[in-house]
Design a protein around this ligand. Structure first.
Ligand code: ADP
Ligand code: MG
Length: 255
């Protein structure tokens, strides 16, 4: 990427962040991947480019569907220009199926699952469920709405608004993916505040770093085949190959 006129801001686990002369941010999607709160790390060729293109694909769909986002444009194949926001200090997770940390917390005896929901990876959660975790603590920790309210992180109205937006994002993605034969098991999103106080979708959306995607035909046969970061978490294949397969399936929908 052309780094002139860009001021380095910081590096996250997957992206490097710069500020341009207009005060907007430029995300450089790198090939870095981490899991388990940064304890497992690696790099995969092309990961940055594929992830950036998938995020771009979904941001455009979100905007078309009236979801307000920070997305401006992708100036290069691995970079994205976005509006700088004040990031809401909670991450928002939407779950359609039991997987990941939900299952881990259940098996550890820390939580119960919603009434009637099965206790295996892949059990459906009818109607879905929302969860919140901390964003700016060393380890992402689940938080309930009481803690969010008492810390002043969000108001009751804002929690309602974010819940509604997240539900809409789930519906948009789930529908779109269904036509590509992919199941959206769960996903994470972040929101931020504009200088006017409006809450809009931030960070990235619909990428295999932040979602669980399962192949629909295998799922019908009772097999979970992941096209997302679980390939890396569980060491069950090459991340680039899985991400590339996901992206090619998404593109086919548009033809
Ligand atoms: P992380 O290690 O936190 O996952 P990433 O590698 O994903 O970091 O880099 C993105 C960082 O930029 C995240 O900390 C995210 O909260 C932050 N961010 C995302 N969108 C915006 C925005 N519009 N304005 C300011 N910060 C943002
Ligand atoms: Mg991130």
């Amino acid at each position: 990427m052309q780094k002139e006129n860009l001021k380095y801001v910081s590096s996250g686990k997957a992206k490097d962040i710069y500020e341009n002369s207009s005060g907007n941010l430029v995300f450089e999607f790198t090939d870095r991947v981490t899991a388990f709160d940064g304890k497992k790390k690696s790099e995969y060729d092309e990961k940055g480019e594929i992830t950036c293109k998938i995020a771009e694909y979904w941001f455009k769909i979100m905007e078309e569907n009236g979801i307000p986002t920070h997305y401006i444009e992708c100036p290069t194949p691995t970079s994205m220009l976005v509006k700088r926001l004040d990031i809401v200090p909670v991450e928002v997770i939407w779950r359609n199926y039991v997987a990941g940390s939900l299952l881990r917390r259940y098996l550890a005896g820390d939580i119960t699952l919603p009434q009637g929901v099965g206790t295996e990876e892949g059990s459906p959660i009818p109607g879905g469920m929302i969860e919140f975790t901390t964003k700016f603590e060393a380890v992402d920790r689940p938080v309930d709405t009481d803690e969010i309210l008492s810390n002043g992180w969000l108001s009751e109205k804002e929690i309602e608004y974010i819940t509604d937006l997240t539900k809409r994002i789930n519906n948009i993605m789930s529908q779109e993916l269904a036509s590509s034969g992919i199941i959206l098991a769960d996903f994470k999103v972040e929101y931020g505040r504009t200088p006017d106080g409006e809450i809009i979708l931030a960070d990235e959306v619909g990428t295999p770093d932040g979602c669980r995607f399962w192949k629909g035909d295998d799922f019908e046969k009772g097999v979970i085949t992941s096209l997302d970061k679980d390939v890396f978490r569980k060491s069950i294949g090459n991340l680039t190959v899985a991400y590339r397969e996901l992206f090619s399936k998404l593109q086919r929908t548009n033809i």
